[in-house]
Design a protein around this ligand. Structure first.
Ligand SMILES: [Cu+2]
Length: 102
C-alpha cells in the first residue's frame, strides 16, 4: 500500500458532497468506506443479488435503517463532523461494514 492509497479520499461532486457507493452482493463492497471529516457525505447502497440476508441495512450509530430493494439505489446522509468509525450491518448484524471519518 502506497502513501497515496492511505490518504485516498472519495471524489467530491458538484454539490461539494462525498458520494460513496456500496454494492451489496453477498456482503458489502467495499466493507470500509473512507470519508474526509467536515465534508458532507452520502452513502449509496445498491443490492444487486439475493445472496446472503442483506435485504435490510441499518446503522444505529449513523441513524439509518432501510430495506434495500433489488437493483435500486438507497441513499443516506452521513455526518462527518466527528472523526471516528461508524458501523453498518444487515438486519441480523451478520454482515458488517464501516465508515471511517478522518
Ligand atoms: Cu443478515
Amino acid at each position: 500500500m502506497g502513501l497515496f492509497d492511505r490518504f485516498k479520499k472519495p471524489a467530491v461532486n458538484e454539490n461539494g458532497e462525498q458520494v460513496v457507493k456500496v454494492i451489496v452482493d453477498g456482503g458489502y463492497k467495499p466493507e470500509t468506506v473512507h470519508l474526509a471529516k467536515g465534508v458532507p457525505a452520502k452513502l449509496v447502497f445498491e443490492r444487486v443479488s439475493d445472496k446472503g440476508c442483506l435485504e435490510v441495512v441499518h446503522s444505529p450509530q449513523m441513524g439509518f435503517e432501510a430495506n434495500l430493494p433489488l437493483n435500486q439505489e438507497v441513499t443516506f446522509d452521513v455526518k462527518t463532523d466527528q472523526a471516528g468509525e461508524y458501523g453498518f450491518a444487515c438486519g441480523m448484524d451478520m454482515f458488517k461494514g464501516k465508515v471511517v471519518v478522518k
